[in-house]
Design a protein around this ligand. Structure first.
Ligand code: NIG
Ligand code: FE
Length: 408
């Protein structure tokens, strides 16, 4: 991006001071704004901003962009996605409509294993083409920082194929991408009934192979009923950490799994899902740096309970929200819809929901110092809206187009 001076910004939304990190409890209900402003971007970063009447002489050689009274926000951050997958699972969608549960579909060999079969038969180039289309949709919807997982390979070569696709996405798009190795998303077909041997494969073969190509920032495990136990999760997280991958896990989606505890034990950057939690998990998270991350799109799509986001905020904890975009439990990457579900279903205020989708989501990827707010020194990654509006209009009119353009 060329050095640019944005002028006549009707309102800047989501300003935070330098050094501010994640927001907790009551802090989440505040979103700072500045009306009638300018903002300067230099070297792809926010250099300075202020009220229009403070704008001094305009340096030569700078691109001017007159926003004509529109509103500028930090782009959404999506801290949990599975957008690299092959084909779709539309037939299971119909199975679900006809009454089968997510667990029933998984048990009869559908679900994640179905996606693994499809992925196995898809070339890396084709997979890249399909994932690119999804990433472009995310960008058009205002998400410019995202985490993307492997986990539909379940064989060493196929896991590497997915992670190489993520690496190519990083190279080809002007967005910030964090990659996560999720070999323990399900037990690969060849290992049916031999789950511990599959865990050995993940620890002894997959993780070293992934690390040797430097393909993953985080290591993830689906620690839940019918998937991986706490003991297996413990082993896999430790193996990943030995190779420099920080934990970031799936927990408490299907049952109170113990996943939160094992995540916090290893200082996970976030523990994700949390549809089923008790006060015990909340207390475990309270004294940690681990971000509780909830995925209301999965609750919506699978008809599960929503995470107790409001209770977390009331208890003084931080909360982040993400799309979980994937073909089985949340086939939408729309963070504005996630923000709306945060308000409508989780009773977060628009401010709390917005912070959960920006600064706290950035913290759930370990990059709250780089993105997630309008702060001097952070990356220029913005949404420009069609006009100035109250923040609440974004989740309230939740399907009316509101983005004029995104600036990456
Ligand atoms: O986050 N819960 C586990 N993994 C995904 C679903 C993956 C799938 O069904 O393809 C999730 O919901
Ligand atoms: Fe997920």
């Amino acid at each position: 991006m060329k050095d640019t001076l944005f002028v006549n910004i009707g309102r800047i939304v989501g300003i935070l001071p330098q050094g501010a990190g994640r927001l907790c409890g009551k802090e989440m209900d505040r979103v700072q704004t500045l009306d009638n402003a300018w903002l300067m971007v230099r070297d792809g970063k926010i250099d300075s901003f202020g009220p229009m009447d403070s704008l001094g002489e305009i340096p030569s050689g700078i691109v001017m962009d007159d926003l004509k009274g529109k509103m500028l926000l930090p782009a959404f951050c999506d801290a949990h996605t599975h957008i690299v997958y092959a084909g779709d699972r539309q037939r299971e969608f119909v199975d679900k409509i006809n009454g089968l549960s997510y667990e029933e579909i998984a048990k009869r060999g559908g679900g994640i294993l179905n996606s693994a079969d499809l992925l196995h038969n898809t070339s890396e180039d084709e997979l890249f083409a399909q994932a690119s289309e999804r990433l472009e949709e995310m960008i058009s919807k205002g998400t410019l920082t995202m985490e993307i997982k492997s986990g539909y390979g379940l064989r060493t070569e196929d896991e590497l194929k997915m992670l190489r696709v993520i690496k190519r996405l990083k190279k080809n798009y002007p967005v910030t991408i964090k990659s996560t190795f999720l070999g323990a998303h399900a037990v690969g077909r060849e290992y049916t009934g031999r789950q511990d041997e599959y865990v050995d494969l993940v620890c002894n073969e997959m993780i070293p192979a992934v690390a040797s190509e430097n393909l993953a920032d985080f290591v993830d495990v689906f620690c839940d009923e019918g998937f991986f136990t706490v003991e297996q999760t413990d082993r896999i997280l430790r193996a990943g950490m030995q190779y420099g991958m920080r934990p970031k896990i799936h927990a408490n989606e299907l049952a109170v799994s113990g996943g939160v505890q094992v995540g916090v034990k290893y200082n996970a950057v976030s523990v994700d899902h949390l549809e089923r939690t008790t006060d015990v998990e909340m207390e475990v998270l309270r004294n940690s740096d681990t971000m509780p991350l909830m995925l209301p799109g999965a609750s919506f799509f699978l008809g599960m309970p929503y995470g107790r986001a409001k209770d977390y905020v009331r208890a003084g904890l931080p909360v982040a929200l993400a799309s979980d975009c994937n073909p089985g439990s949340s086939p939408s990457c729309d963070m504005r819809f996630v923000m709306a579900l945060g308000c409508i279903k989780m009773r977060l205020t628009p401010e709390e929901s917005f912070n959960a989708c920006t600064i706290n989501a950035a913290a759930a990827m370990g990059c709250a110092d780089v993105v997630g707010s309008i702060t001097v020194g952070k990356k220029a990654a913005f949404i420009v809206t069609k006009k100035v509006m109250e923040l609440g209009f974004i989740p309230y009119f939740h399907h009316t187009p509101f983005i004029d353009k995104v600036i990456a």
